[in-house]
Write a protein that binds this ligand. Structure first.
Ligand SMILES: Cc1cc2nc3c(=O)[nH]c(=O)nc-3n(C[C@H](O)[C@H](O)[C@H](O)COP(=O)(O)OP(=O)(O)OC[C@H]3O[C@@H](n4cnc5c(N)ncnc54)[C@H](O)[C@@H]3O)c2cc1C
Length: 463
């Protein structure tokens, strides 16, 4: 069935490219615009994550457009967190006790290219690269663009505009300008930034460390993580404060001090980074922030993906959430019998609480990943949860599993249930309530019963 409306999508990153594909498949006339060159032909500018963790909510979006098989060849499964403490052997903490639950490391460029390649197989779609949107008329659904290398502007007229132009969204800025105080907008930066580094492949063309895990070096106020790439390298990300503490981005200013820092804090990782000193000074340091806004729609325009809800990367969910947006928008269109005006409103009202929930959780996980992952109670909780998931795969899902592997649950539900469980188990472990003489089923029954009450706020925590 052909839909007559013309939809202009601004931003051909991960969200915009998937959205363009989904709307094209539904029969809409789509124009997709992007300020950067076609990433299949040009090298991606440094400063954005090279690889990402793709999990069930993102895969659900790819399945919607029929790419679930094709994407497999780009994925490297990661079965758990490999924790590297300063002393001792690294320890794998699996993501789930159930078989077949893992996340995937995937190249950002590879995934975006897959979406664009598929999109181009539809003859009616128009994709314009190297055109920067400079202005948007939200009510009239037209936007002005400037082509690279030219000063002249041109206008594209559509029936609707969807802004998938990322955290610095010009479409969002226009909404703020027009709606004034009726548009709520917040932007909160962490005191930490990030920098990407590399473990290259070994001389024998192998991975420098275990391939099937997301590696974490939790060090209190700073942290290193590493995800595998197809070329047998790892992309390593350093999360560090801009100021304060012994070492920070502002005082790591010479090769000698960078070397001293890594040798002292990340001795095993240091040995795997022959290009550390060059990369550290060549690669950019970028900030990390959370953007919230409301409403996401005005006139004939909608915001989606990072443009409406940029989150910090500590739950590996930003892209996954953006892909799930596309699934939710598809649902809204179908539920409103393809009344696009109604679907814009329905999508933004229904989706906002879930975007807020994952934004909060990603911030919580920042603190968990840098410190708690190495604490005794956290490790004991993980062990108990993995035992529950293994023995009772249908009856128990940890918070991580609820958020990452239960794509059938909205984020808000997954997070409220997961948080209640976390609190209850940690408290029970600290107070020794889960006695050694109890069998696993009895422990599970108690955890479930108390967690349910905690989630419903029936229980003020007094175990
Ligand atoms: C360090 C880091 C690690 C991350 N790791 C993960 C992870 O493991 N898993 C995960 O799920 N998520 C992760 N994310 C989050 C993920 O990168 C984002 O959520 C995702 O890229 C959002 O996609 P998007 O299409 O909404 O925005 P973007 O990817 O930012 O795309 C926006 C596009 O719009 C274009 N654009 C911007 N302005 C204009 C304009 N005026 N005119 C035309 N085009 C324009 C941009 O060039 C860009 O191509 C990570 C983020 C960071 C920073």
């Amino acid at each position: 069935m052909t839909k007559k409306e013309h939809i202009l999508i601004i931003g051909a990153g991960l969200c915009g490219s998937l959205l363009a594909l989904q709307l094209t498949q539904l029969g809409y006339q789509v124009t997709l615009t992007e300020k950067r060159p076609d990433l299949r032909k040009a090298k991606l500018a440094a400063g954005r994550s090279i690889n990402l963790a793709l999990s069930n909510r993102g895969l659900k979006g790819l399945k919607l457009v029929g790419l679930e098989k094709e994407v497999e060849s780009l994925c490297i499964p990661m079965y758990g967190r490999m924790l590297h403490n300063v002393e001792g052997e690294p320890q794998l903490s699996k993501y789930s006790g159930r078989e077949g639950e893992y996340i995937n490391s995937i190249s950002r460029t590879g995934l975006n290219a897959l979406l664009l390649d598929k999109l181009e197989t539809y003859p009616g779609v128009e994709i314009q690269f190297e055109v920067t949107c400079t202005d948007v008329n939200l009510k009239q659904a037209n936007a002005s663009f400037k082509s690279a290398g030219s000063d002249s502007e041109y206008t594209l007229q559509a029936d609707y505009i969807i802004g998938t132009d990322g955290a610095g969204s010009i479409v969002r800025q226009q909404m703020e300008k027009e709606k004034g105080f009726l548009f709520s907008h917040s932007q909160d930066f962490l005191t930490h930034g990030y920098k990407e580094l590399t473990f290259p492949a070994t001389k024998t063309r192998d991975y420098a460390t275990e391939k099937g895990a997301l590696h974490i070096w939790p060090r209190g106020e700073n942290m290193l993580i590493a995800l595998p790439n197809m070329d047998k390298s790892f992309t390593v990300t350093l999360f560090l404060a801009y100021e304060g503490g012994t070492y920070n981005f502002n005082n790591l200013t010479s090769e000698a001090i960078v070397e001293e820092y890594f040798k002292e804090v990340y001795p095993d990782a240091y040995k795997l980074m022959p290009d550390l000193k060059t990369e550290f000074f060549e690669n950019p340091t970028a900030p990390l922030g959370t953007i919230r806004c409301s409403p996401w729609t005005y006139g004939k325009t909608l915001l989606m993906g990072d443009a409406s809800h940029a989150i910090v990367p500590f739950y590996g969910q930003g892209m996954n959430a953006s892909f799930e947006d596309v699934v939710e928008f598809d649902k809204a269109l179908k539920e409103t019998d393809f009344d696009v005006d109604a679907a814009l409103k329905r999508f933004s009202e229904h989706r906002k609480p879930d975007a807020d929930a994952i934004a909060d959780l990603a911030l919580d996980n920042f603190h968990e990943m840098k410190s708690h992952t190495a604490e005794e109670v956290f490790l004991a909780k993980r062990k108990l949860e993995l035992d529950f998931e293994k023995e009772f795969p249908k009856d128990y899902h940890s918070k991580y599993s609820l958020v990452t592997f239960r794509e059938d649950l909205p984020y808000s539900k997954a997070i409220s249930q997961g948080r209640a469980q976390d609190l209850v188990i940690q408290e029970m472990l600290r107070k020794n309530i889960l006695k050694p003489e109890m069998n696993l089923q009895e422990k599970l029954n108690l955890v479930r019963e108390v967690s349910k009450k905690a989630e419903e706020n029936e229980l003020i925590f007094d175990l």
